[in-house]
Design a protein around this ligand. Structure first.
Ligand SMILES: Nc1ncnc2c1ncn2[C@@H]1O[C@H](COP(=O)(O)OP(=O)(O)OP(=O)(O)O)[C@@H](O)[C@H]1O
Ligand SMILES: [Mg+2]
Length: 227
């Protein structure tokens, strides 16, 4: 990834949010002018959404551009996942998503930057949750599972959903470019940042996905006793 491409990706993301803010202020202005409470409420909801987006983007950018070394410590590999579960349980309930964790039973600590890995898993779980936004069938049972296990000399995190899946054209680029299919709601920074952090752990990220069936993202972090 060249600096030019990175800046292009950033600009696109910022442009999206700026567009969203413009849209929200238009709706708010209409609400004030027409003294219409519905418009005011709608404009304010839009505004809040955009504030969340710019907050997330600035965090992703900071992570992406992080020049300081990660803070490696010996950690329980289930810890960052449990934090993500806590954070996302509310949204899971609200959106009727069956959200489950199969933790790693082995009591082995892993050298990692727990906050950074937390961000990676959060990005993957948010993507898994979002994958139900495009599902036409309202009766579909929505499952998101996180599995943490030891496989040879790695700790493996699997994030699995039965959402919309990923089409073949997009598949080629999601780990290489700032690609989003979420229009105003995405920036395409999530997976790029995630990949960068995982590679800084000497790990790997891969995925399998089938359109209409779901996706499985696999993160492997090597076990080692020191950095
Ligand atoms: N679990 C998933 N199911 C379906 N599509 C996915 C999944 N994970 C990623 N994608 C596809 O990959 C694209 C890129 O994901 P990425 O997380 O990088 O960006 P984003 O989610 O669009 O925006 P954000 O920057 O807010 O994360 C998504 O827009 C989506 O099309
Ligand atoms: Mg994302």
């Amino acid at each position: 990834m060249t600096i030019g491409q990175t800046i292009a990706g950033m600009s696109h993301a910022i442009k999206n949010i700026a567009g969203g803010l413009k849209g929200s202020s238009f709706v708010l202005e209409q609400g004030i002018e027409l003294e219409n409470r519905e418009y005011l409420k709608q404009g304010w909801e839009m505004m809040k959404g955009n504030i969340n987006k710019i907050t997330k983007l600035s965090l992703d950018l900071l992570n992406y551009a992080k020049t300081t070394k990660l803070d490696f410590k010996l950690e329980n590999p289930n810890k960052p996942v449990r934090e993500v579960m806590q954070l996302m349980n509310h949204r899971a309930k609200e959106e009727n998503i069956i959200f489950k964790l199969l933790p790693c039973m082995e009591k082995r600590l892993v050298f990692m930057d727990c906050d950074a890995i937390h961000n990676c898993i959060l990005n993957l779980v948010v993507n898994a949750f979002d994958s139900f936004n495009k599902i036409a069938n309202p009766d579909q049972i929505k499952n998101v599972n996180i599995i943490v296990e030891r496989e040879n000399n790695n700790i493996v995190y699997k994030i699995q959903d039965n959402g919309c899946g990923i089409n073949d054209t997009i598949k080629k680029s999601i780990l290489k470019d700032f690609i989003t299919t979420k229009g105003m709601n995405g920036t395409g920074f999530g997976l790029m940042t995630t990949k960068k952090i995982i590679e800084e752990h000497d790990g790997e990220i891969s995925f399998k996905a089938e359109e209409g069936k779901g996706s499985l993202f696999v993160v492997k972090i090597p076990l080692r006793s020191k950095v």
